[in-house]
Design a protein around this ligand. Structure first.
Ligand code: NAD
Ligand code: DAU
Length: 345
């Protein structure tokens, strides 16, 4: 298939690009190259004859029309977004512009493209979203596909808005869409402003490891390559009009996750051990969602998907990867906002 991937220079988008190219698909990577992007993430895929890069912004409708007319994709996988909750607290504008208006532009460009192609049933607009649209859980329960939306940060509200637009385009115009709502990803090429790489790189530098609030917030962790595998399965075999929750069934309190990473660091980089002595509790994130947990029954029973990497194994691989790839992450530490506390409100 020819797949247009938006946000393919980011963390998850690049994992999708790498896997899709490896599986023989043709990929058009459309990305605006914001602070979060890195074309090094797809350097190997770019060597194949099945990869094209389009430097474009989803806020630019005419650019989207030109690119769709030029490449005539069979499927669109939409991952381009502003993705960091802390940045959404400091500057919500970009989140509304890219996540809401940008998704609207892409839907309209996709609808025009699909109509020109004769409205094929096999076309897919796959919208990649987040479990954060469902809000915050108490001590028990899990998000299912029918959990009511209750976003609580500018980021999650903008993603919820984009999900609603996508559903409306399916109902009103018949556009064949699928949606996925996934939990926290981690793994190689994770931009060093998110929790897992922050912990690894602060530990490596011997600097305080910031844990927000009491460290009791719970996230449900999924190795990024398992997510990419689930996304390709949904775009290929998911039922049009349907959404699928994706999660690793790996719930962990932040403080426990941080301690596990420190233990891997002690083993793989013994200089500076014990790294857990660097853990520092800092002011909480405003509106900090307490707990996320995904019920992945639908994707498991309907499509037969299961994650292949345990949290323990995935964290170990991730620590290994960062220790071996300083050339990848060192330049990113110079990017605006990286390494300092964001989103204190
Ligand atoms: P990321 O921030 O690493 O990458 C986002 C990419 O989108 C970057 O390459 C950036 O340049 C591009 N982009 C941003 N604005 C753009 C614009 N206006 N036009 C074109 N390109 C633009 O994000 P990520 O963590 O890889 O997340 C990808 C998607 O998955 C997002 O939609 C996010 O909401 C969703 N998601 C992320 C997670 C997670 O844990 N990271 C979990 C569930 C869902
Ligand atoms: O749940 C899916 C979401 O996961 C995605 O939609 C988002 O795009 C992605 O960024 C991620 O959001 P989180 O806010 O959960 O991820 P983050 O890595 O920013 O924070 C994870 C948890 O760790 C959260 O409870 C806040 C806490 N935290 C984060 C940082 C950066 C810390 O305690 N210290 C930190 O330095």
């Amino acid at each position: 298939m020819r797949i247009l991937v938006t946000g393919g220079a980011g963390f998850i988008g690049s994992a999708v690009v790498r896997l899709a190219v490896a599986r023989g698909h043709e990929v058009v990577n459309l990305d605006a190259l914001t602070y979060a992007a890195n074309l090094a993430n797809v350097a190997d895929a770019a060597q194949s004859g099945r990869y094209v890069f389009e430097h474009a912004d989803i806020r630019d409708r005419s650019a989207l029309d030109r690119i769709l007319a030029r490449h005539r994709p069979d499927w669109i996988m939409h991952l381009a977004a502003e993705s960091h909750v802390d940045r959404s607290i400091d500057g919500p504008d970009a989140f509304v512009q890219t996540n809401v208006i940008g998704t609207f532009n892409l839907l309209e460009a996709a609808r025009a493209h699909w109509t020109r192609e004769g409205r094929p049933d096999s076309f897919r607009f796959h919208h990649i979203s987040t479990d954060e649209v469902f809000g915050s859980l108490g001590a028990t329960g899990q998000f299912t596909e029918t959990t009511p939306y209750d976003p609580r940060s500018p980021y999650s509200a903008s993603k919820a808005g984009s999900d609603h637009l996508v559903r409306a385009w399916a109902e009103t115009y018949g556009l064949p869409v699928v949606l996925t709502n996934c939990s926290n990803n981690y793994g190689p090429y994770h931009f060093p402003e998110k929790l897992v790489p922050v912990v690894i790189l602060k530990a490596l530098a011997g600097q305080p490891i910031p844990v927000y609030g009491d460290g009791g917030n719970v996230r449900d962790w999924l190795y990024v390559e398992d997510h990419a595998d689930a996304l390709l399965l949904v775009v290929e075999r998911g039922q049009a009009g349907r959404s699928y929750n994706i999660g690793g069934e790996n719930e962990a309190r932040n403080i426990d996750l941080v301690r596990t990473i420190c233990a891997h660091m002690d083993e793989l980089h013994p200089q500076g051990a014990p790294h857990a002595r660097l853990i520092t509790f800092v002011a909480d994130r405003p509106g900090h969602d307490r707990r996320y947990a995904i019920d992945p029954s639908r994707i498991r029973t309907e499509l037969g998907w299961r994650p292949s990497v345990t949290l323990e194994e995935g964290l170990r691989r991730t620590v290994d990867w960062y220790l071996a790839n300083r050339d990848w992450w060192q330049p990113l530490l110079e990017r605006e906002g990286v390494g300092r506390r964001l989103g204190t409100g």
